[in-house]
Write a protein that binds this ligand. Structure first.
Ligand SMILES: Nc1ncnc2c1ncn2[C@@H]1O[C@H](COP(=O)(O)OP(=O)(O)O)[C@@H](O)[C@H]1O
Ligand SMILES: [Mg+2]
Length: 291
């Protein structure tokens, strides 16, 4: 597939085989471009559509390598695939070469369809994300830490893949809250996080917590995003108010009327169970969907 690989098995792709296309998305720390990768089969060239993610902030190069290594270990139909990494001589940051998802991210997709999406499509997206997360937690034993509609990518029909395994670097900067962390001011997605991982008041330095149970809570918020057509959780509240309302025992449901059937509303409730030990997990969610 590629010429060589690093000690984690991530393949290196020569920059000569990569052509850049238009920008697909931009983050506070990086950019994602569409591109083409020239490959050969039996001596004949062919081209594969790719997404190229480049971290611009040099302090995040380690995060980019982490993300590439994490993604390289994963193999599931609902997890975005990485083809390899391209080391350009003029750029210290690795270019992450990933499969291209033609329908973009789930948040934009929902936001651009204010008339709503077909119910069976929404179900199948929700189900696909649950299976990807079940694989991530129970087969790969990884935490995502930033599960949200903006980080789920769509293919044709009803295919969905979870992406953005480099937590914190995101282009939806208003979705992120800045706390003073030991390693600098990294933003974190408080509106997608459970009460037990968000301190009621910030003490400095503050480091947010991430956990599998936190990913389950975030999945409930993704269901909320799907069934409210991309509404921001706690839309009218400031970050300080969100912190307070979480501590007071509320969840996004408390503020927005979610028009979903009992099954989906029940699923959100299970994801938003306050007691972590009673909260559902992805194996159970997949089972509820009847996989
Ligand atoms: N593989 C892909 N195919 C198509 N679009 C993508 C792909 N990866 C990312 N994007 C677009 O770029 C945006 C940012 O990508 P993401 O991986 O979330 O980067 P960041 O770390 O900056 O948040 C996504 O929300 C999506 O719109
Ligand atoms: Mg992102």
């Amino acid at each position: 597939m590629s010429e060589s690989s690093d000690e984690y098995g991530v393949g290196f792709i020569s920059p000569r085989k990569i052509t850049f296309g238009p920008k697909l998305g931009e983050g506070s720390f990086g950019e994602v471009f569409k591109g083409e990768w020239k490959r050969y089969q039996n001596g004949a060239p062919y081209y594969t559509d790719i997404a190229i993610k480049i971290v611009r902030d040099q302090t995040l190069i380690d995060n980019a390598w982490d993300e590439a290594h994490k993604m390289n270990e994963l193999d599931h139909q609902n997890i975005l695939m990485i083809y390899g990494v391209c080391n350009h001589p003029d750029d210290a940051a690795p270019w992450m070469i990933m499969e291209y998802m033609p329908c973009g991210d789930l948040w934009n997709y929902l936001y651009n369809r204010p008339q709503g999406c077909p119910s069976d499509w929404m179900w199948s997206i929700a189900q696909g994300i649950a299976s990807g997360m079940d694989y991530l937690h129970n087969d790969a034993n990884q935490i995502h830490g930033d599960l949200a509609a903006r980080n789920c990518l769509l293919g044709h029909n009803d295919s969905v893949k979870i992406g953005d395994f480099g937590k914190f670097n995101d282009n939806y900067s208003n979705d992120y809250c800045y706390g003073a962390g030991g390693g600098g001011n990294l933003p974190f997605p408080m509106r997608w996080m459970p009460p037990e991982n968000v301190a009621p008041a910030f003490t400095y330095p503050y480091k947010p917590k991430f956990s599998k149970a936190g990913d389950v809570w975030a999945y409930g918020v993704v269901l909320f995003e799907i069934w409210t057509r991309a509404t921001t959780p706690y839309d009218d509240l400031t970050d300080d108010q969100v912190r307070a309302t979480l501590a007071a025992g509320n969840n996004p449901y408390h503020f927005t009327n979610v028009l979903a059937c009992n099954f989906i509303r029940g699923l959100m409730d299970h994801c938003w169970t306050r007691n972590v030990n009673d909260r559902t997990d992805f194996a159970e969610i997949v089972e509820r969907f009847g996989n």
